[in-house]
Design a protein around this ligand. Structure first.
Ligand code: AMP
Ligand code: MG
Length: 340
C-alpha cells in the first residue's frame, strides 16, 4: 500500500475534498460523510440525483453508535458474521448524520469495508466516509482505477490506485430499520447466508428485476437505470442451447443490417458465436469470476463502439441473483425468454 498516498488522501477528505479509493466491492468516491457540503460535491461529480442516499463507511464497531440511533441484536449478529466485508446495513439515523448524505431520509446506510486501503483511508480521514461507486451516474461501476479516471478525471481531487478490486459487485444492502431484516440490493452476501445468521430475512420486491410502476423501492437508487453500457443490450434467458441459438440468429440479423454487434458469452459457449466483438465473461463453473468481470466487460463495449449487445444470462449459481440484478438493469429490462 502507498502509505504517503493514503495520508494525502486522508488530508483531502478531512478538508472537504473528493477522493476515489478501492474497496473489495468496487471503487468508491469518498467525501467526509458528516459534512453536507462535501457530500454535495459527490452528487455534482457523479451527476447523481440528490434523492439517492450515500453509504457511510467506517473502520471499527465503535464508529457505528454515533451514526445509528438503534442497533438491533440482529445487526450485531450480522456485523459479527460479515464485517468487515461486502455488506451494508440500514439503521435509523442519529442527528449527527446530515440529511444531505441520506437523500433526506431518516435512515442511514453503513458499511465496514475489508479492503486494507479503504480501512487505512477511513482511519486517516478520522471521519466516516460517504462513498457511492466512483462512476458517472448510470454507467457501469468502476472495478479498476482506470475506470474511475474515464469518468472522474478533472472532477475530483485524487484517485488512490489499489489495483483491481476483488468482488466486482456492490455490497448487499440489508434494511434493519424495520421489523424483519430486508434485502434491498442483492450482492456477494446472499439471502441464504443472512438467513443462517438471523433466522429470518425478506427480499424487497424491487430488487428482483422488473419493477411494476407502482412499486417504490426502499433503496432509492434501485429505481434508476444503472450500470449501463452505451449500446442497447438484450439479455437472452432460458435453457443454454436455446439462448445460444437465439443469440446466433440475432447476430446474423445485426450483420445483415450492417450493425456492429457484441456478444457476452462464457468459456463454455465462446466458440459457438461469430461476432464482431466477443467478450468472454468467465466460466459458468466460476460465478465469482463472472461477477468480477461484469463491469469491465460492459465498459469494454463502449470502447469498441458497438451498436448492440446480446448477452447470455447467468442465474444458475449462488451469485446469480446479484449478477442478474445488475445485468437486467444494464439492459434496461430488455429480456428475450428463449424456449426451444
Ligand atoms: P452506491 O453507493 O452507488 O452503490 O449506491 C448506494 C445504494 O444504497 C443506493 O441504491 C441507495 O439508494 C442505497 N441506500 C443508501 N442509503 C440508504 C438508505 N438510508 N435507505 C435505503 N437505501 C439506501
Ligand atoms: Mg452506484
Amino acid at each position: 500500500m502507498d502509505e504517503e498516498a493514503v495520508r494525502e488522501a486522508g488530508r483531502i477528505l478531512a478538508e472537504g475534498g473528493l477522493v476515489a479509493f478501492p474497496t473489495e466491492t468496487v471503487y468508491g468516491l469518498g467525501a467526509n460523510g458528516l459534512d453536507e457540503k462535501a457530500a454535495a460535491r459527490i452528487y455534482a461529480a457523479k451527476g447523481r440525483p440528490s434523492d439517492n442516499p450515500l453509504i457511510l463507511h467506517i473502520a471499527s464497531m465503535e464508529e457505528l453508535a454515533p451514526l445509528a440511533a438503534e442497533i438491533p441484536p440482529e445487526a450485531l449478529a450480522l456485523a459479527e458474521a460479515f464485517w468487515p466485508g461486502p455488506m451494508t446495513m440500514i439503521f435509523k439515523k442519529t442527528p449527527l448524520v446530515p440529511l444531505g448524505t441520506t437523500g433526506g431520509l431518516s435512515t442511514v446506510a453503513v458499511r465496514m469495508p475489508s479492503h486494507p486501503v479503504a480501512r487505512a483511508l477511513i482511519r486517516a480521514a478520522g471521519v466516516p466516509i460517504a462513498a457511492p461507486s466512483a462512476n458517472t451516474s448510470g454507467r457501469p461501476s468502476p472495478t479498476k482505477a482506470s475506470h474511475v479516471a474515464q469518468d472522474m478525471d478533472g472532477k475530483i481531487d485524487m484517485i488512490v490506485d489499489g489495483g483491481e478490486v476483488g468482488i466486482g459487485l456492490e455490497s448487499t444492502i440489508i434494511d434493519l430499520s424495520e421489523d424483519v431484516p430486508t434485502v434491498l440490493r442483492p450482492g456477494y452476501i446472499t439471502e441464504e447466508m443472512i438467513r443462517q445468521v438471523t433466522g429470518r430475512v425478506q427480499v424487497d420486491k424491487a430488487s428482483l428485476g422488473q419493477m411494476a410502476p407502482d412499486v417504490h423501492p426502499k433503496a432509492p437508487g434501485m429505481k434508476y437505470r444503472h450500470y449501463a453500457p452505451r449500446a442497447e443490450m438484450t439479455i437472452y434467458r432460458g435453457r443454454e442451447e436455446a439462448a445460444v441459438s437465439a443469440i446466433r440468429e440475432a447476430l446474423a440479423q445485426a450483420a445483415s443490417q450492417g450493425k456492429k454487434a457484441g456478444v457476452i458469452c462464457t468459456r463454455e459457449t465462446e466458440a459457438l458465436y461469430d461476432a464482431p466483438v466477443k467478450k468472454c465473461i468467465g466460466s459458468r463453473a466460476e460465478p465469482e469470476t463472472i461477477a468480477h468481470n461484469l463491469y469491465d466487460v460492459l465498459r469494454a463495449f463502449d470502447e469498441e463502439q458497438v451498436d448492440c449487445i446480446f448477452s447470455e444470462s447467468f442465474d444458475d449459481n449462488p451469485l446469480g441473483g446479484a449478477i442478474m440484478n445488475r445485468l437486467v438493469k444494464a439492459a434496461g429490462h430488455r429480456i428475450v425468454e428463449c424456449q426451444e
